[in-house]
Design a protein around this ligand. Structure first.
Ligand SMILES: Nc1ncnc2c1ncn2[C@@H]1O[C@H](COP(=O)(O)OP(=O)(O)OP(=O)(O)O)[C@@H](O)[C@H]1O
Ligand SMILES: Nc1nc2c(ncn2[C@@H]2O[C@H](COP(=O)(O)O)[C@@H](O)[C@H]2O)c(=O)[nH]1
Length: 229
């Protein structure tokens, strides 16, 4: 991914205010396991992470807001975006097309921002290939298959046919669990949210992401030279 080469990242100007590389925090799960629920809690509690708003051809659900939950586009518009390489990744899911527009992520990552992705395993594989070092993939499992179906029914957004299709696809989605760095079971929402938040905090502190560390440590050592130096 040429545009994300090291020279595009923030300058290493040392402490205070150590600069940090932005990260791509991915939440995937079978439909209904709760990734949107966890994503919303994370976004509400952490002003330093921004939602990657996908484009999709699927119809808007009640309560969804254009530009906030998704960019709702028609198929020709989506196909044109594919042709123009406007997506960082894209995939067909449940008979509709979904993709991550490049521009928002590109500009934000250059400013050291973190982005939250609610995408499926296909998109995760594509992002992993393009920006492995910057990707933090987290997989959310339901506590049981019965509970997964119960949640899809309780959500009340899909008819029985669509729910059956989502349950059928759950098997394929779950089969990709081992491609993720972290796996969390969403039994209790609050516990799951805390676990996901801890993963995010720990990943932010990874040495490689703290681009100001080299000069900061150099300065620490310069101010404490070995005896006789
Ligand atoms: N731990 C939980 N216990 C009970 N209900 C939950 C839990 N987590 C989420 N839910 C509920 O389950 C339903 C599905 O959750 P959500 O929409 O977040 O799933 P999703 O993984 O984002 O699904 P999709 O991929 O279809 O968007 C929602 O009604 C949500 O309120
Ligand atoms: N590869 C991508 N998958 C995406 C994207 N946006 C959403 N998704 C996934 O699609 C399904 C269905 O979502 P829903 O909102 O219609 O229930 C779910 O698994 C999402 O994670 C995307 O940009 N790329």
């Amino acid at each position: 991914m040429a545009d994300q080469s090291e020279e595009n990242w923030p300058e290493d100007d040392g402490a205070p205010g150590l600069k940090r590389r932005g990260l791509m925090f991915i939440l995937s799960s079978p439909s209904g396991a709760g990734k949107t629920t966890i994503a919303r809690k994370l976004l509400a509690s952490d002003p330093e992470i921004f939602l990657s708003v996908s484009a999709t051809t699927r119809p808007m659900r009640p309560g969804e807001v254009e530009g906030k939950d998704y960019h709702f586009v028609d198929k020709p518009t989506f196909d044109t975006m594919v042709e123009e390489h406007a997506f960082l990744e894209w995939a067909h899911v449940f008979g509709h097309s979904y993709g991550t527009p490049k521009a928002q992520i590109w500009n934000g990552m250059k400013d050291g921002r973190d982005f939250l992705f609610d995408i499926d395993w296909q998109g995760t594989q594509q992002l992993n290939q393009r920006a492995h070092e910057d990707v933090v993939p987290v997989f959310i499992l339901p506590p049981s298959i019965d509970e997964l179906r119960r949640r899809l029914i309780a959500r009340g957004t899909d008819d029985t046919k669509v729910i059956d299709a989502r349950m059928e696809r759950a098997r394929a989605e779950i089969s990709h669990w081992s491609e993720y760095r972290y796996v969390v079971v969403n039994d209790d929402v609050d516990r799951c949210f805390e676990q996901v938040r801890e993963i995010l905090q720990a990943e932010r502190m990874r040495r490689e992401r703290q681009t100001g560390l080299v000069s900061f440590v150099r300065e620490l050592l310069d101010n404490n030279p070995p005896p006789g130096a």
